[in-house]
Ligand binder design. Structure first.
Ligand code: NGQ
Ligand code: ZN
Length: 456
């Protein structure tokens, strides 16, 4: 790591460190795409406002191509569950080629928005009728190829999906392509882990308590391949699933999980939306990451996370764009804060101490939690970390007359035009001057692919 030769030296007028902005900072980028501190020699100047790239801890890539197609009133009361029916219809039209085309376009858009790492919570494993593909990992490989083309770091989380509800009912026809036996699932992980490299980590996902019976959960968690890997789960997004869990398992989802698994810093609880005070404290204490997806949670009508209580208890959090109704770390963090302001009728909720900046608090928290949930050395621009960084457009009028004290709040709360000018991922510039190195080809392939997918 630190003894590989530095191949590039960068000098930033303002560089974001764990404890705030550092003026006139120098960084080295080694041949392996990791950072080196304190380097001498001629350097490439990269202007002001250099921040670590943001990890996106929750993505279902295929859903990007249906963004905006479920916003028309249906026959009955529209809800998360009616949206899910639309999503299932849409999913049935996606095979490996479509998935690769959609995911590559999505990842380009993520990079341009400031995400440099994505956790892909992947459950479209088999053919639409449930038959495995000739190459059983074909859909996973489509995501791996897409991330490589776009140049984003990927944590691929193949999801285990066994039952269609808490009562253990079998999968419906449209869910059959998600399903695995535990053995089949562990085989998939074994196959995929051979592809791991600096830009690809394989982790574990349990789709939800609805989809994973207790025995299966224990088998996966006890397996060798589950050791020291991130473990993600959809946990408590809808009141309906909290009620079903209470009715069938005698406890609320977060409560049940803590009673039946060793939930620690390896875990990411996605949509830990509906929590009691005791669950909030327990989650914070455990060191697990709360995976928050505020724009999707708003879009689907999920509910609000108890942010102030959780931060006061020292809890870790990160952000995901999930259904990709929006692809912007700025918008996720802004909605996280605004949801709280609207419901409490107060301001500056995420900043818990006088004088703290909301923008800095949120950016720092989401970097740290996102890095942890990704299982990648990132989140801080320091020796040994991945060289994943973004450069804000210092010429934007929005950042005129902003200094280190105010730039992040202006970026988060006032930046509607994209302010991310350059993006480096794993030591390579993938976006320069607002332009991704392969965006035309990837967008053209995407356009062709979505034309062949029927509109739900
Ligand atoms: C998903 N999405 O797996 O894509 C889910 C919907 C489900 C969100 N929870 C399906 N936002 O939870 O059963
Ligand atoms: Zn999800």
């Amino acid at each position: 790591m630190s003894n590989s030769p530095a191949i590039r030296h960068l000098r930033a007028d303002q560089l974001w460190r764990a404890d705030g902005w550092q003026a006139d900072a120098t960084l080295g980028v080694a041949a392996n795409g990791r950072l080196l501190d304190a380097v001498d020699g001629a350097s490439e100047s990269i202007d002001r406002w250099v921040l670590p790239g943001m990890p996106n801890l929750h993505s279902h890539a295929f859903q990007r191509a249906m963004a905006g197609l479920a916003e028309r009133k249906g026959r009955n009361d529209d809800s998360f569950w009616s949206w899910r029916e639309t999503m299932y219809t849409f999913a049935a039209a996606i095979g490996p080629d479509e998935l690769k085309a959609i995911a590559a376009q999505l990842y380009v858009e993520m990079l341009k928005a400031g995400y440099t790492q994505v956790c892909e919570f992947h459950y479209l494993h088999h053919q639409p009728d449930g038959t495995p593909y000739a190459q059983p990992e074909a859909m996973s490989m489509a995501l791996i190829d897409a991330a490589r083309e776009a140049g984003i770091a990927l944590t691929l989380l193949p999801a285990l999906y066994i039952s269609g509800g808490f009562d253990g009912r079998t999968l419906t026809a449209r869910q059959r392509r998600f399903g695995h036996t535990v053995d089949g699932y562990l085989r998939l992980l074994e196959t995929l882990r051979k592809h791991e490299n600096d830009n690809l980590r394989i982790g574990i996902a349990l789709h939800s308590l609805r989809a994973v019976p207790e025995v299966a959960m224990h088998e996966v968690l006890a397996s060798d391949v589950a050791k020291s890997r991130p473990i993600h789960i959809h946990i408590a997004e809808q009141i309906g699933e909290v009620q079903d869990c209470l009715a069938t398992r005698g406890a609320r989802p977060v409560e049940w999980l803590f009673d039946h698994a060793d939930v620690d810093a390896r875990w990411c609880l996605v949509h830990a939306t509906h929590l009691t005070a005791a669950e909030t404290a327990q989650l914070a204490r455990s060191g697990a990451v709360a995976g928050l997806c505020p724009t999707t949670e708003a879009n689907l009508g999920d509910g609000l996370f108890p942010l102030a209580e959780y931060l006061d208890a020292g809890g870790a959090l990160g952000i995901g764009s999930d259904s990709h109704i929006s692809i912007s770390p700025v918008e996720e963090l802004r909605w996280l804060e605004y949801g709280q302001r609207l419901s409490t009728r107060h301001r500056n909720i995420a900043a818990r101490h006088e004088g703290d900046s909301v923008g800095e608090t949120l950016w720092r928290a989401a970097l740290r939690g996102g890095a942890q949930a990704s299982g990648q050395p990132l989140g801080e621009l320091r020796d040994g970390a991945r060289a994943d960084l973004i450069v804000l457009d210092e010429n934007s009028p929005l950042l005129a007359a902003r200094d280190a004290r105010s730039v992040l709040d202006s970026f988060l709360f006032a930046g509607n035009t994209p302010l991310v000018r350059d993006v480096m991922c794993g030591g390579e510039w993938v976006v320069r001057d607002f332009h991704h190195r392969d965006e035309e080809r990837i967008a053209m392939r995407y356009r062709t692919a979505v034309k062949t997918i029927g509109v739900a």
